[in-house]
Design a protein around this ligand. Structure first.
Ligand SMILES: Cc1cc2nc3c(=O)[nH]c(=O)nc-3n(C[C@H](O)[C@H](O)[C@H](O)COP(=O)(O)OP(=O)(O)OC[C@H]3O[C@@H](n4cnc5c(N)ncnc54)[C@H](O)[C@@H]3O)c2cc1C
Length: 559
């Protein structure tokens, strides 16, 4: 009989624990050892902000599985507070320090999985080590923050970084009754989004009295004579804070891999192939520590999300067990909720496509209700669908709203995964009853608008292009006059759709006409009418609602 395989796994949370348990299901005889330098394995990192916010009140709920459960249920050995300090690739051994006893030992492996995750970035700013400044990655981190909030009776909080975790922390600190200020170096919140979509996020935070400092960085921290804490910004502000949460991103944990000579990619993650093999024999890597191919752009990507880490862990278990599974890449499907708003996205954004040098794409905006208007409580979903103009292949979607947002993004995520086109979205047969959706679901509508563009029935233009062309085009607003009281586009002429056929002589044949309305639907009808009467027309995608995202009422300029 063959000797059982000895599999050592460094990091026992999303990627590592998933690999271990799947491997046990595939190979009853493998000897599986999980090492983790923290006090817990298999804990719910994604739940940590909600524990800080006291939405999750019992810390035990964050601990999905204990070492004992791993041993009893899966015959997997878990050693917590054991840090892998060195890889000896030639001998196929890992050097491990027991953090409790200080003892160092070596563990032999036939297969080694690196699942060490990522570390929160903590820049060496003046005062960074003052008490009250926290990062959030582990259960002990969240416990410390809770204790600090409670013992110091904290009232004022500053969150540094307006990304997904930063906004979840803002929501949770708000939930505990703290004042929240967010400092973000970029011009917008949620930097992965396109700027006009992020504008909706900004408006929601302002409505919830969150203080915002965009385009400002932190210069350092300062303590007052009584020990009070101040955040000093690059623009010269000195913001008092009882607690500071640093959430400016994470860096892949690659020190072990780098020291052992494994190939690290240009984005700073461990380079792996489509079976998650590193450049060293019998060594695999998964999760936040690796770079993977973006399935839309084909570029290498760093993506710190739990879903890919789990799926990669499963692939590694399969491969170690002798199966031929592969990992097909990432597309950045994400969702985040705060202050009643859900923000979700998948695939590429306009920003990321431009960065990748892709020019064959088009965006359309729409603002459908999450279910039919006649059923009480319909909430708008603000969507931006991006697709290849030449053949309609779907490239990405961003959606924001209060209800039904992530369901639409999940459908489109699957469509992207299947390399579908906007014509497939038109055709998709989705759930419908009045309290859930519409016979033409927002997903269908996004496909219909985009398909009109690809078929050449509709020419769309983004409000972002207005600045360059304002003098050479005419803007036609086809809303009813009563609607204009809620706001209008400067220099637009107004002819309500119902009067358009009778008033065609008022429109120029020698000038391009950009047509708008509330959300883009009536402008589409107008475009079809005008085009068939010989006019050169384009639909300002998303109508006045999108205009306001580009031109907020408080005068802030997006993009
Ligand atoms: C606050 C927060 C909220 C999040 N929310 C979401 C969310 O809502 N949705 C989502 O998809 N993702 C979310 N994420 C991201 C998600 O948790 C990670 O992408 C995922 O956990 C990565 O899995 P991993 O296995 O690569 O690393 P991790 O889950 O971080 O596990 C790595 C483990 O390796 C251990 N380790 C590191 N180095 C060593 C060493 N040398 N020796 C021994 N052990 C070591 C660490 O102690 C750690 O326990 C969130 C993350 C955080 C921090």
């Amino acid at each position: 009989m063959n000797m059982p395989k000895r599999v050592v796994i460094i990091g026992g949370v999303a990627g590592g624990a998933t690999c271990a348990t799947r491997l046990r299901r595939l190979d009853e005889h493998a000897e599986i050892l999980i090492l983790d330098r923290g006090p817990y394995v298999s804990f719910a990192n994604c739940g940590l902000p909600y524990y800080v916010g006291d939405v999750i009140q019992d810390e035990q709920k964050l601990l999905v599985a204990s070492p004992e459960l791993f041993r009893k249920r899966f015959n997997i050995e878990v050693r917590t507070r054991n840090e892998a300090t060195k890889l000896d690739l030639a001998a196929q051994e890992v050097e491990v320090r027991d953090l409790a006893s200080g003892q160092v030992r070596r563990e032999r492996y036939d297969a080694l999985l690196l699942a060490p995750g990522a570390a929160p970035i903590r820049p060496p700013l003046p005062g960074i080590d003052l008490p009250g400044i926290f990062t959030l990655r582990t259960v002990p981190d969240s416990r410390q923050i809770r204790q600090w909030l409670e013992t110091r009776h904290a009232r004022r909080s500053v969150v540094i970084g307006g990304g997904f975790v930063g906004l979840e922390m803002a929501e949770n600190l708000g939930h505990r009754g703290l004042e929240v200020t967010i400092i973000e170096m970029a011009k917008q919140l949620l930097p992965p989004l396109d700027p006009e979509m992020a504008e909706l996020v900004r408006q929601r935070l302002i409505a919830h009295n969150v203080g915002l400092r965009l385009e400002d960085g932190v210069a350092g921290f300062d303590a007052g004579p009584d020990g009070s804490l101040f955040v000093c910004t690059q623009k010269g502000e000195r913001i008092p804070a009882d607690v500071v949460i640093l959430s400016i991103g994470v860096r892949p944990e690659v020190s072990l891999a780098r020291d052992a000579g494994l190939v690290i990619g240009p984005r700073g993650g461990i380079r792996v192939d489509d079976q998650m093999r590193t450049s060293a024999p019998n060594v695999w890597a998964v999760g936040d520590a690796v770079e993977t191919r973006n399935r839309v752009t084909g570029e290498w990507d760093l993506l710190a999300l739990a879903g890919p880490a789990n799926r990669q862990g499963r692939v590694v278990a399969d491969v170690i067990a002798g199966r031929t599974s592969t990992f097909h890449g990432v597309q950045g499907t994400a969702v985040c909720g705060f202050f009643g708003l859900t923000v979700s996205m998948t695939g590429s954004t306009e920003k990321s496509l431009k960065r990748a040098g892709v020019s064959d794409f088009q965006s359309v905006y729409l603002h459908p209700g999450h279910h039919v208007d006649y059923y009480p409580g319909a909430k708008p979903i603000h969507m931006k669908l991006i697709f290849r103009k030449s053949d309609g292949r779907i490239l990405g979607v961003q959606a924001i709203g209060e209800e039904g947002v992530e369901r639409r993004v999940d459908v489109i995520a699957m469509a992207i995964q299947r390399q579908s086109t906007v014509f497939d979205l038109e055709e998709a047969e989705l759930c419908y009853a009045p309290q859930y959706g519409a016979a033409r679901d927002p997903v269908n509508v996004s496909g219909m608008i985009a398909a009109n563009v690809v078929r050449g029935d509709l020419d769309v233009v983004s409000w972002s292009e207005l600045g360059l062309k304002r003098d050479s085009i005419m803007i036609l607003d086809v809303r009813d006059p009563g609607e204009l009281q809620g706001g209008r586009v400067e220099s637009a002429i107004n002819i309500p759709l119902a009067q358009l056929r009778e008033r065609l002589t008022e429109l120029p044949l020698d000038k391009e006409i950009w047509v708008t309305c509330g959300v883009g639907q009536r402008a589409y009808y107008a475009c079809r009418l005008l085009r068939q009467n010989g006019f050169r027309v384009r639909n300002l995608s998303g109508g006045y609602q999108s205009y306001r995202a580009w031109h907020p009422l408080d005068g802030t300029q997006r993009g």
